[in-house]
Design a protein around this ligand. Structure first.
Ligand code: BGC
Length: 401
């Protein structure tokens, strides 16, 4: 099937490898497909299911090794840097210069979109991971206000439990556990997040605060249902939207699922920053990376230009749940959560409170990220107590570096 799609791809087509397979993601992808179709660019779809993109990255490796790279690939942060270092990516400078990307793409994204001064990727969005999505009536049933700190969050979770619903909708997959970890670590302080998840300071990785982070993870674990293991993230979103679960701690792609189901922010669901992380943002950006292919370079350039078009960036991100990857897009078409996301991103950027998401490949290279995943998941599943998890984290990170 892969061979078929690549061998039948014409010069004016793009074959796109991505992991946008949930309902909300597919709806957003359609905005892109239709935009390209209007410009006469055909689409060969190569979806590889699996949130966070691990499966997609494995499939990509196989394709490149076979000498058959797709024309365009959805990619995150440090994966882009890894591929750029292998010297197999195309160059988007011509379109970037013509369209002035340097002036409108935030520095934090350019760090990943450029390699040795050359544009190698077109960022389509900015997501962030430190969000909580709550069913509004489930929150109202607790009689409590939106939580603003850890203690208040635990009080809301307890009250939801008493009300007979699953307090925390969650899927037991390593990347989802890691997504919780982003928020929990950040809730113990900006410095703590930066020192551990970005600077990889060994003392902090194995220190008292990290033990506390793992204790918080264990507390969160106590609020998931018995069937959480292996559940896809979008099914956890569905639990929240139909009220069998009270909340989900997840990146803003979750909002794409709520919108797709016709739910309205502020009426049916509430979006808040993970308590204790207000004002700070752990971000990730989906970028389209173009490989250095023999055929289809024009289509690649056209796709890159289409992705960066400000009108498209608004239309796409309104559906996806993310916010634009350029600073000059109006927030007029975004719902309240999207507008908050845009304002938070700008504020966090100017206040030095914008950090790459560990869970989604923007704080450390994939090898280290995977080492952190292993420990976080093992602890979440009860293999380690908090103290052991912190020491194992040091061991795992050290051997991955
Ligand atoms: C991507 C999102 C995607 C999510 C779940 C994240 O890593 O950045 O675009 O919706 O994974 O699949």
């Amino acid at each position: 099937m892969l061979a078929l799609s690549s061998s039948t791809a014409l010069a004016d087509d793009v074959e796109v490898l991505h992991w946008w397979t949930s309902g909300g993601e597919a709806a957003a992808l359609n905005v892109l497909k239709e935009d390209l179709a209007e410009q006469g660019i055909g689409w060969f779809d190569m979806p590889v299911a699996g949130g966070g993109g691990e499966g997609a990255m494995t499939a990509l490796r196989a394709r490149v090794t076979a000498g058959n790279a797709p024309t365009a690939v959805q990619m995150l942060g440090f994966d882009i840097i890894d591929w750029a270092n292998e010297g197999v990516l195309g160059n988007l400078d011509e379109v970037a210069m013509a369209e002035g990307w340097d002036a409108v793409v935030p520095e934090a994204l350019q760090f990943f979109s450029k390699h040795e001064g050359h544009w190698i990727a077109a960022p389509v969005n900015v997501h962030s991971t430190n969000w909580v999505w709550m069913n509004k009536s489930a929150l109202a049933d607790t009689g409590l206000a939106e939580p603003t700190n850890w203690e208040e969050l635990v009080a809301v979770l307890d009250a939801m439990k008493e009300n007979g619903i699953t307090p925390l909708g969650h899927g037991g997959q390593a990347w989802q556990d890691a997504t919780l970890f982003d928020s929990v670590v950040l809730s113990l302080g900006d410095d703590f997040y930066k020192t551990t998840m970005i600077d990889l300071n060994m003392d902090a990785l194995g220190g008292e605060k990290m033990v506390q982070a793992f204790e918080r993870m264990a507390t969160l674990r106590s609020y998931v249902d018995d069937n959480f293991s292996g559940r896809d993230w979008n099914l956890a979103s569905t639990m929240v939207l139909n009220g069998t679960a009270g909340m989900q701690i997840m990146g803003d792609w979750a909002k794409g699922e709520f919108l797709r189901a016709g739910k309205v922010p502020g009426e049916d669901f509430v979006c808040i920053r993970f308590p204790g992380t207000q004002g700070a943002v752990t971000f990730n950006s989906d970028q389209f990376v173009m490989f250095d292919v023999d055929h289809g370079k024009d289509a690649q350039k056209a796709m890159a230009a289409a992705v960066m078009n400000p009108v498209f960036q608004s239309a796409f991100n309104v559906v996806k749940g993310s916010v634009p990857a350029r600073t000059d897009v109006s927030n007029a078409d975004f719902d309240a959560c999207g507008q908050k996301g845009m304002a938070d991103l700008a504020d966090a950027g100017s206040n030095g409170r914008l950090f790459g998401s560990m869970a989604h490949g923007h704080s450390v290279p994939a090898s280290v990220k995977n080492a952190i995943y292993d420990v976080v998941t093992a602890h979440f599943n009860g293999e380690y107590d908090a103290q052991t998890a912190a020491s194992e984290l040091v061991n795992a990170v050290e051997s991955a570096m």
